[in-house]
Ligand binder design. Structure first.
Ligand code: NAD
Length: 250
């Protein structure tokens, strides 16, 4: 049991990669908090998973664009579980719009969730983990934090920001016993891709040398590794889980 006795928070934990990560952590002995928007499937999923593998599974409403909600998520999680040992900073949205058409509102919304939200959650996690003298934060970046892609200016700016912020937080937190890493998924078969048409999807599949989309569980396994003590000498880095997508690009 690689996460026995550990307490984990996953933002955006009600769906896709986040939900798979919750399930993997519970299977490995953890208790877990699904942090997601009001009206998400989080409460239903938590009720299904609570106690299923022995550990607790709680749902907390948390919009990562709201500092008060983020801070409350951590206060309540510590009060109810006793500690926060690992956090997956996973909440995020997509956005494909030609750059000459993107509105201020759309651009700022993507940045506020995918970049500012990651910082708000990391800051709250650091405050708790510094007191504990231990912890692991994993930020969800993307292949699009490493390479550009047409019509995704806000998304690529946010994810590129996550990759470099992860380096900074990694070196800053290391002396206090806290590790901070990132994960860079390739295209993963989740509801986030539901809006893409079949032709575009086939084109995306061809960009992955492994020849298919990734599965949420494959990203969850990378989170589990970075969250666990198996990654005790790893900090400040972003692990690509992308079927080789970025390997041939410099
Ligand atoms: N699916 C992919 O191909 C892919 C590729 C690279 C990176 N990612 C990243 O993986 C992460 C998870 O994506 P997914 O594919 O599982 O998507 P998803 O849409 O299945 O899940 C995202 C979750 O985030 C939640 N969320 C959205 N806005 C939020 C907010 N303001 N506060 C809290 N929660 C919020 C949603 O309710 C949802 O439950 C995202 O950061 C995404 O950018 C996904």
């Amino acid at each position: 049991m690689r996460m026995q006795g550990k307490n984990v928070i996953v933002t955006g934990g009600a769906s896709g990669i986040g939900l798979a990560s919750i399930e993997r952590c519970l299977e490995e002995g953890a208790s877990a908090v699904i942090a997601d928007l009001e009206g998400s499937e989080g409460a239903v999923r938590a009720a299904e998973l609570d106690g299923k593998h022995g550990g607790r599974c709680l749902f907390k409403v948390c919009d990562v664009t709201d500092t008060a909600q983020v801070d409350r998520l951590f206060e309540e999680s510590v009060a109810e579980l006793g500690s926060v040992d690992a956090v997956f900073n996973n909440a995020g949205i997509g956005g494909i719009t030609p750059s000459d058409e993107v509105t201020d509102e759309e651009f700022l919304r993507i940045i506020d969730i995918n970049l500012n939200g990651v910082f708000r959650v990391a800051r709250a996690a650091l405050r708790v983990m510094y007191r504990q003298g231990s912890g692991s934060i994993v930020n969800c970046a993307s292949i699009l934090g490493m390479v550009g892609q047409s019509q995704t200016a806000a998304y690529t700016a946010a994810k590129g920001g996550v990759v470099n912020m992860t380096r900074t937080l990694g070196i800053e937190a290391a002396p206090k016993g806290v590790r901070v890493n990132g994960i860079g998924p390739g295209y993963i078969d989740t509801p986030l891709l539901a809006a893409l048409d079949e032709e575009l999807l086939q084109g995306l599949i061809r960009m992955h040398p492994i020849g298919r989309l990734g599965r949420s569980e494959e990203v969850a396994n990378a989170f589990l590794f970075l969250a666990s003590d198996e990654a005790s000498f790893i900090t400040g880095t972003t692990l690509m889980v992308d079927g080789g997508f970025t390997a041939g690009k410099s």
